[in-house]
Design a binder for this molecule. Structure first.
Ligand SMILES: Nc1ncnc2c1ncn2[C@@H]1O[C@H](COP(=O)(O)OP(=O)(O)OP(=O)(O)O)[C@@H](O)[C@H]1O
Length: 343
């Protein structure tokens, strides 16, 4: 048995699809373009990246739901293509969203049902279900129907479901998607309890703050490749030599943002919408005073707070992802900088 819980070597996946009806065209999407990493036993490892980066595709290859186009992967020492049964017995898979629970049953009955389905021996079921309800902090609510549960509670129940057969490795795909900040914090607590109890966790997320808080190591994936891999402290170095200016604004256009980006000394520019305001984050080289230039480029725009600060891990993430996509100015929902999650 290998040392590592997960080992991916040169993993690739290309999707082939047909588009059009009268004149069908073949389309190929290279979703994952050669990914290498290992996850140690008991490690909490994060796969972080923007939409379409290849996170879900990678997870699906590791949990035997998708066959790699090339490369190999082993989970608990077993090959994901040649030894699927061995792999499946040792893994759990939990994905974000609402599917996969029976609304009209209680949490306890859902878990009983899935325990049967997963072949958890009858004599162990009661104890295992009680343990899991406790782990995901649903003890006391277990007899209520799931239809009355909040998203966060459902998500925690999903995690309990994924753990019924005591997997060694748990894949958690975007667990906090659509979950409010308080529930997201409870969810993070659950995930960290899980790892502390010895389960290896591979977590995908858009949220750098979540990955920072939870993960021992993080791989930043973009455009189907790992762009950076290390501990949160190591990744932070990608923003070394930079300083950050944040400007709250109302009604900035793409052209104005592009003008900001063209100023000397500016390395990254991103914009996210927060409530009514736009939050512009500008990364520049340390020692270059960009504030006057930025404000001049935004003249005529109503501005709110202007803050100079040190770079965070989030800024390092934006730098890594922008380098990969070569799209320096962002103005949309899929921007890396959208990843800020309220604590
Ligand atoms: N079944 C499919 N057929 C064709 N293309 C696909 C399929 N599934 C995913 N893709 C494409 O592969 C790329 C990677 O998708 P993937 O879902 O792995 O990314 P992701 O990082 O998980 O993104 P998200 O955060 O949006 O879930 C995207 O360009 C996506 O459009």
């Amino acid at each position: 048995m290998g040392e590592d819980a997960i080992e991916a070597i040169g993993l690739r996946r290309t999707y082939r699809s047909r588009t059009g009806w009268l004149r069908p065209q073949r389309r190929e999407v290279a979703a994952v373009r050669g990914v290498d990493f290992t996850v140690g036993r008991g490690e909490l490892f994060g796969l972080l990246g923007p939409n379409g980066a290849g996170k879900t595709t990678t997870i699906k290859m590791l949990n035997t739901l998708l066959i790699p186009t090339a490369g190999t992967a082993r989970v608990c020492g077993f090959d994901v293509v040649g030894q699927t049964r061995e792999v499946r017995r040792r893994i759990g898979y939990v994905f974000g969203g609402d599917r996969g629970l029976y609304d009209r049953l209680s949490a306890r009955d859902n878990l009983r049902y899935f325990a049967e389905l997963y072949g958890v021996p009858a004599r162990n079921q009661k104890r295992r279900i009680a343990e899991l309800l406790d782990l995901v902090s649903l003890t006391g609510r277990e007899n209520e129907r799931v239809e009355g549960y909040s998203r966060g509670m459902r998500q925690r129940l999903h995690i309990a479901r994924g753990l019924l057969h005591s997997p060694e490795v748990l894949f958690l795909d975007e667990p906090s998607i659509g979950v409010d900040p308080v529930a997201a914090r409870e969810l993070r607590q659950t995930v960290s309890n899980l790892a502390a109890a010895g389960t290896t966790v591979l977590l995908t997320t858009h949220y750098m703050a979540e990955a920072d808080e939870l993960c021992d190591r993080i791989a930043v994936i973009a455009a189907g490749r790992i762009q950076a891999l290390g501990t949160p402290a190591e990744l932070r170095h990608h923003a070394d030599g930079r300083q950050v200016l944040e400007v709250e604004a109302y009604g900035v256009t793409d052209d104005q943002l592009a003008a900001v980006h063209r100023l000397p000394g500016i390395r990254e520019t991103s914009l996210v919408v927060r409530d009514a305001a736009q939050l512009i984050t500008v990364q520049s080289d340390v020692g270059v005073d960009v504030q006057a230039g930025v404000l001049a480029a935004l003249s005529g725009v109503r501005l709110g707070r202007v803050t100079a600060r040190q770079p965070t891990l989030e800024d390092a993430y934006v730098a890594i992802v922008n380098r990969a996509s070569a799209r320096p100015v962002g103005h949309g929902a899929d921007r890396a900088a959208d990843a800020a999650v309220p604590a």
